[in-house]
Design a protein around this ligand. Structure first.
Ligand SMILES: [Zn+2]
Length: 355
């Protein structure tokens, strides 16, 4: 089945993890034997050939670069200009993937329709992976005035915050409202037709953004607080608000977001028993809140700073997403529901947004 993955940090892996994503996952892992500079070395699960094998033919792919003020202890750049340059480097990687026909940028409804037709037909073995450009944490957008430039470059979705305090919004594990720069950014986003990615907004910033932003909203990679308590996850109240707004919520595969009590760096997939089945629990929870299967999707975040050591134990690579449809069938989901979750909901959302 054709799969749409609403969150992959592909260029971050290429440029910061030094992974040649045109190679097989096996080759990338081999190349990292003996490296210990990052906790997920040798544990990657994503590459372009592996996405093709798993029919993950379309994704939302990120730019990501954090700016940190002096008092912010999170890793990041010391000026917005450096963060911007970082994300421009990431964009340069996407561009060269386009030049070599590995990937293709999807920025409008005609491009989207042509790409979906290609992948839902009988795509060639080397079919390009389509990507919608998104930014995770908007700190690298130097000012709201720079957003039009980013739109010209193909940027179509913005997550104003990531972890911690940000220039435009407060993110996961931080608190507080948007502030004047955030309000100005949302206004500019609305004018351009940029999608607001609600993922990572802290509760106060989320509530304010929902109030002031009149454009389209999705949550690219978010799970349920009701099942695994943490402010990174959405409460039922927040999920209901997103559903009312017509949002699609992508279920994420980061293990600590799937099962309660996970301790990063300690808990293992084997001892926790975390499996793909657990993301089905989260997606099902959103479907039950909605009363239908039209607001759920897949937003794996695979290789988003973690690998096999923090992923479902029955997943080896991204191609294993092909096992999800059977897990939904076992719970009585119809074929139409399953197609909606695996790709159609996000595609419909984009068609409506870009119509
Ligand atoms: Zn994230």
């Amino acid at each position: 089945m054709f799969i749409f993955d609403a969150h992959l940090d592909l260029s971050m892996n290429a440029i910061e993890w030094n992974r040649d994503l045109t190679q097989s996952v096996h080759d990338i892992r081999q190349r990292e034997v003996g490296l210990s500079d990052r906790k997920d070395r040798g544990n990657g699960t994503v590459s372009l050939p592996e996405m093709r094998r798993g029919k993950v033919g379309l994704c939302v792919a990120t730019q990501i670069g954090r700016y940190v003020r002096r008092d912010n202890l999170l890793p990041g750049w010391h000026s917005p200009e450096q963060a911007w340059a970082q994300t421009q480097g990431q964009l340069a990687w996407y561009r060269v993937m386009e030049e070599t026909d590995e990937m293709t940028a999807i920025t409008d409804v005609n491009g989207l329709n042509a790409h979906v037709d290609l992948w839902q037909g009988n795509p060639p073995l080397d079919a390009p992976i389509g990507y919608i450009l998104s930014i995770e944490g908007a700190d690298s957008i130097r000012s709201p005035d720079n957003l039009a430039q980013a739109w010209e470059q193909g940027l179509r979705a913005v997550g104003p915050a990531h972890y911690g305090p940000g220039t435009y919004a407060q993110g996961t594990h931080a608190t507080g409202r948007l502030g004047a720069p955030g309000l100005a950014l949302l206004k500019e986003m609305e004018q351009l037709g940029m999608i607001l990615d609600a993922t990572h907004l802290c509760d106060e910033s989320f509530a304010e953004a929902m109030e002031v932003f009149g454009g389209r909203v999705w949550a690219s990679h978010s799970n349920c607080r009701e099942l695994v308590p943490d402010d990174r996850q959405f409460s039922d109240e927040q999920l209901k608000l997103l559903i009312e707004r017509g949002a699609v919520v992508g279920g994420a595969l980061d293990a600590w977001m799937l099962v309660p009590g996970w301790e990063k760096g300690k808990t293992t997939p084997t001892e926790s028993g975390v499996k793909l089945e657990h993301v089905v629990d989260h997606i099902d929870h959103v479907c039950q809140l909605a009363g239908n299967a039209r607001h759920s999707g897949i937003g794996t975040d695979l290789d988003g700073g973690y690998g096999l050591e923090q992923s479902p134990g029955d997943l080896d690579t991204i191609a294993d997403l092909q096992r999800l449809p059977d897990l939904f069938r076992a719970r009585g989901y119809t074929e139409e529901d399953i197609a909606n979750i695996m790709h159609d909901n996000f595609i419909r959302f984009l068609r409506e947004t870009w119509a």
